[in-house]
Structures are given as C-alpha cells and as structure tokens.
Design a protein around this ligand. Sequence first.
Ligand SMILES: CCCCCCCCCCCCC/C=C/C(=O)SCCNC(=O)CCNC(=O)[C@H](O)C(C)(C)COP(=O)(O)OP(=O)(O)OC[C@H]1O[C@@H](n2cnc3c(N)ncnc32)[C@H](O)[C@@H]1OP(=O)(O)O
Ligand SMILES: Cc1cc2nc3c(=O)[nH]c(=O)nc-3n(C[C@H](O)[C@H](O)[C@H](O)COP(=O)(O)OP(=O)(O)OC[C@H]3O[C@@H](n4cnc5c(N)ncnc54)[C@H](O)[C@@H]3O)c2cc1C
Length: 648
Amino acid sequence: MAAANRDAFWAPSSKVNPDLARERESATFDVRELTHIIDGSPDRTKRRKELENLLYSEPVFRDVGRLSMERDEIYEQGVLKSIKLFEWSRKYKWDDDDFELASRLANHDISMSLQHAMFIPAIERLASDTQKAKWLPRALHYEMIGTYAQTELGHGTNLMELETTATFDPERNEFIMNSPTVTSMKWWPGALGKSSNTAIVLAQLIVKGKNHGLHPFLVPLRSMEDHTPLPGISVGDIGPKMALNCIDNGFLIMKNVRIPRENMFMKNAEVTRDGRFISRGVDKANYATMVLVRVKITRWAFESLSDGATTAVRYSVVRRQSSLKPGERELQVLDYQSQQYKVLPALAASYAFLMTNRSLHRLYDSVHADIMAGNTKLLAELHCQSSALKAYMSEVVVQLLELCRQACGGHGYLASSGIGLLCASSAPLVTVEGENSVLYQQAARYLMKQVAKAVVGDPVASGFQYLLTQSSSDRPDIRIQNLADCGNLDTLLQVYQRMAFSVVTGAARKLQMAIESGVEQHVAWNNNMVSLIQAARFYALHGIAKEAGYFLATPTLTPDQFELVRAAELQAMAKVRHDAVPLVDAFDLHDICLHSALGCYDGNVYERLYALAQTSSLNKTQVHPAYYKHIRGLVKDGQKQLRQQSKL
Ligand SMILES: CCCCCCCCCCCCC/C=C/C(=O)SCCNC(=O)CCNC(=O)[C@H](O)C(C)(C)COP(=O)(O)OP(=O)(O)OC[C@H]1O[C@@H](n2cnc3c(N)ncnc32)[C@H](O)[C@@H]1OP(=O)(O)O
Ligand SMILES: Cc1cc2nc3c(=O)[nH]c(=O)nc-3n(C[C@H](O)[C@H](O)[C@H](O)COP(=O)(O)OP(=O)(O)OC[C@H]3O[C@@H](n4cnc5c(N)ncnc54)[C@H](O)[C@@H]3O)c2cc1C
C-alpha cells in the first residue's frame, strides 16, 4: 500500500457503522468523564492527546505496512521509534510518566525499550551516588544504550545458580568478567543483540577465591566509536520470537573482559581497593529493579487487556450473524449470552486491573521511598504483592485475550485484526521478570509466614488482616440470600476473604502436617506446591463462578448461594452489555494505537479488512511468480495427462 494510502487507512471516517452509533447514543454515563478517570485526570487526558498528535504525525508510528515486513525492517523500525522517543524525551524534558505514556502509545513496540524500563532504573536503584553522578547523564543523554543482562542460557529463575563470574584482580584494580560455560552465556536480555553498547551484568562476585553471591556490574559491550564488539565480547541476536520482533533480545559471551573496580554497582555492596568485600544494604536490595518491572507489568496487563476488550466488544456489536428466530434480522453477536461470557470478563477485568495497578504503584512508590531512605521494613510485603499480582494479572490477561480472539471468529485470526499480535505480544508476561509459578511461590512463602503469625496472635502485614478476622468455622455464614446481596461489594469482599482464609490456612495446615510427619521442608513444599500457588492467586462475581471449586470446597458458600452468585453474574453481564461500547470507548484508544481493522472507532470493519488485504505482499502482482515457477508446470502436466486419457 503506498504511503499516502497508508496514511488514509487510519483517518477516522465520518461514516460510522449504524449499530456502533446506536450503542453510543444509548450510553448511560458520560464517556469523557470516565476517560479522565482512566487517564488519571483531565490534564492527563490532554497530555495523552498531545503525545498522540506528536507520535502519530510521524509515519513510523502509523506503520500500516507493518503486516508484511521482514524482521530486519521490523527491527529497524523499532530502532527508529526508539530514537524518536529518546530525542523527544531529551528535547521536551519528559518525566517518567510522559515517557511511559509515549511508549504505551507506541505499543511498547520499541527496540530499545529496556533503556527506560530497566537500564536507567537499575542505575538509579543500584548505583552509589558517585556512580549515579557519572552514569546517569550518559544514560539519559543516550550515549550509553543499555540492557539488563541477568538471565543465562542455562538459568533464568534460579539466580543463585547463575554462572557468569566477576573476579576481582587486586594487581590491576579490575574485575575480570567471564562466561565460563555454554550455559553461562547471557541469553534473552532485550536490546542486547544489536542495539546496546553497555550492559548491567549480574554475576557471581569472586574475591580472593570466595564467592560473595550475585552482584551487578556495568560492562561496556561495543565501541562508542563504531559499535563493534569490544575485546573479549561476543554478542548477537537470539533469533525470531512469537512477537516483539522489533526487540533484539540477545546473547552475550565474555572471555576475560576487564572492567575497572568502580564498575561494580556499589549502593548495596563494594570491594575496596585492597580487596575487602563490604555488604551495605539488605541481601535482596539488588533485586529492586525486578520488583519495579513486575509493577510495570501490571500496567502493561491493563493496557493489553483494554486493547483486546475494545476490539472484541466493538466487533461483537458490528458483526451480525444468525438469528434466534428464523426470518428475524441476524443478531449482533454480542447479544448471544455465550459471546458476553467470552468478551465481557475482559472488559470487567480491564477496569479491575487498572485500579489494581494504581493501588500497587502507590505501595511501590511508598516502599521505594522508604528503601532509598534506608528503611526496608515493607520490602518483603511489596515483594509478595508485586509477585502475586504480576503473576495473577499476566495469567488472566493471556487467558482473556485468547477468549477475545476466539470471540472474533475467523477474522480474529487475521493479522489485520491486531488481536493475534496482541495475544502473542502479551504472552511473555507470564514468563518475564519471574516466571509465574515461581512468583506465586514467593507470595505463598510470605503468606505462610503471615499465617504463622496469625496463629499465635502476632500482628500480621496490613494486606493480610483477613487472616485475623475470619473465623475458622466449618459452616458458611456469609449473608447471601438474594441477587441484591450478590451486588454488595462488601459482601463479595467478605466472600473472597473467607475463601482466601480457608485456602491459605488449609495450605499452611497441609504443609505443617507434612513437616510434622517427618517429611523435609523442601519436599513438603514441593508436594503441596499446587495448594500453595492457589493460596497466592484470586475479581468479583466472575472470579467466584470461574473458581467454583474453591468457594464450594471451603466453608465459604453453600451450593444455593453459589447458584445465586452465578445468576447474579449473568444478570450483571446483561447489564454491562448495554454499556459495553461506551465502556470501551472510554479507554479512548486511538485507531493507530489499537491497530485493528476489527476494533476501529468507526466500525467500518469490512472496508478496512479489504483495504488491509491489499497490503499483502502476495497481492503485489495479479499472478504470483510462484505460478510461473511451479504451478504452471503442474497445470500443463495435468492437461497433458487428461488429453492422453481422452485418447484411450
Ligand atoms: C499494550 C501491549 C503491552 C505488551 C508489552 C509486552 C512487553 C514484554 C516484554 C517485557 C520485557 C521486560 C524485561 C524483562 C526482564 C527480565 O525478565 S529480567 C530477569 C527476571 N528474572 C527474574 O525475575 C528471576 C526470578 N527469580 C528470582 O527472583 C529468585 O531466584 C527467586 C525465585 C525469588 C528466588 O530467590 P533466592 O534468593 O534464590 O531464594 P529465596 O530463598 O526464594 O529468597 C530469599 C529471600 O529473599 C526474598 N526475595 C526474593 N526476591 C526478592 C525481591 N525481588 N525483593 C525482595 N525480597 C526478595 C524472599 O522473599 C526470601 O525472603 P525470606 O523469606 O525472608 O528469606
Ligand atoms: C520476551 C522476553 C524478554 C526477556 N527480557 C529479559 C531481559 O531483558 N533481561 C533478562 O535478564 N532476562 C530476560 N528474559 C528472560 C526471563 O527473565 C526468563 O525467561 C525468566 O526469568 C524465566 O527463566 P527461564 O526462561 O530460564 O525458565 P526456567 O527458569 O528454566 O523455568 C522453566 C520452567 O520451569 C518451571 N520452573 C522453574 N523453576 C521452578 C520452580 N522453582 N518451581 C516451579 N516450577 C519451576 C516453570 O514452569 C518455568 O516456566 C526475557 C524473556 C522473554 C521471554
């Protein structure tokens, strides 16, 4: 498609699909007002619009041609987007919120995303004041393009077993960085393959033959002159992925790479000139960057899910298919209860996740400020909450996005629907920054400690008071006698707290019994891992319906009460269905950001599907070269054989 057509592609049309228009006319609330709440304030809405105008005035951010690009072009486009954002950030002095918002408007589809997602935050959190003064300007002015290189080919979860070494050489006052085995090469870090010239490398610190555990080191990778790899450095791209192919996730092998002693991040520990190791912060303070990214991932979860819900809801009111009664007009598919059951949980969860991210971010900001002031008292609770919510929200996003895709029928399987790419781009959220089953266990570990405190009447962390308030009676005693009760949020909170209390204390009891029976702690833990992970997982009515077992197998709800909840859930869906379009319109996603022929604001789905089909590289010629190379011969042979047969 020519550049001009590409620009026309996303221009909003004055002709709006009538079904979609009618849905908007019947909104029961002020959409703009809700948009302000979603953005955070009217000012943030205004700011978002300004940034949309800035980004979408640049062809590279409108990339309609993206659907048929080769990886090198996708990577280069991602680099160009990165550079644009970096230049604007420097020119307009963006703060973190502006940068994060601009990155979101670009769908995080930027090759050097780690610069602001991890590299700069790691320097801010792990470097001494002297090191920050030296390195932050170089990172903020983009002389240093960096990545966060922790995962290795052989280990991602188990940090204790990472093999990269940093050995102190007192003779030359340097560290010698090495990748001693094939499994020790760094593998996966974003922008490591071709973009970065510097890496924060997590390595086992060896001083005078003693291993002092995992510490971060600043390692130059490529020449600042011509970007060639420095001596001892072997670096490259690890190959195409399911999505996110603008990012050059890379490998790094270091052979006797020497860095100055001052390149060890020294906020939490240091090696003195005479080779003494000094530890300063809490043991896990060096894990601070991972906690921050887990909190960011809960925001990305909201963004991905609101994209998917917008596409699926708008398409489900435009698409008419089949009739409930022969001869009647075909139904908008969103009027099928089964379609509501597929699509509306994603809409409901989007709003729930937006609020959850805000609450978690407030906790993070407060605890981070404490930690920077030397008070790590709430670090463990933050670690628990960020681990559990990152795991749960990413898991739910992946599940609900797939349901949104399925709800769009065959067209949902087209790249031009945008929803397949969304599923594939969001898929790694269950893995990055800590694989979910591992993070659930981190949360479960903290929960078990809270139970142990509750049992002896000691104070428990603020987020776990329900462990003290719920009774351990084995009979349900929650007041749910009619549909109205099911809509009472305090009642629903009590339902969840009662269930959580039962599941968490149940897991603790099983673990305790196993240990008391003589089974070793780590074996007991593994044998009860599913119960422990469940204890670390749980959103309102749909959550109860979906997890029926846990609400019925514990003294939480009677079967009759559960049936009331199910009925209330379907009643709520019918109610939400009425406002489904205004509720997704309130996310106010620009068509370029949503990038979907099915979810576009004007609902002209069929015209856009056809227009995008024209961009298929196969349509460059009426007869594809493959005909002349292969198909013609086959047809001619067939004709020849038929002629011969007819003569027989
Ligand atoms: C609109 C579309 C949007 C789409 C967007 C898509 C973008 C997708 C791409 C994004 C990519 C982002 C970049 C990704 C980066 C990465 O992945 S970086 C690498 C991440 N790696 C990990 O997270 C590793 C996970 N493993 C661990 O964290 C640890 O190994 C462990 C599992 C936690 C185990 O720790 P360990 O020290 O080995 O032992 P434990 O005994 O379990 O822990 C000891 C105590 O320390 C406490 N603790 C552990 N971690 C932390 C922490 N982070 N903070 C604070 N405290 C921590 C733990 O609770 C124990 O405490 P006690 O119980 O008191 O002993
Ligand atoms: C798109 C993407 C971007 C990434 N970016 C970066 C980056 O910038 N920097 C970086 O350092 N890393 C990065 N990573 C790596 C990521 O952090 C790791 O993939 C992640 O930590 C999981 O480690 P692993 O892949 O080695 O899986 P493993 O740790 O080998 O786990 C494999 C599977 O084993 C199971 N498992 C493992 N341990 C346990 C356990 N204790 N209990 C129960 N089950 C377990 C789980 O099912 C897990 O999925 C990225 C990965 C992806 C996919």
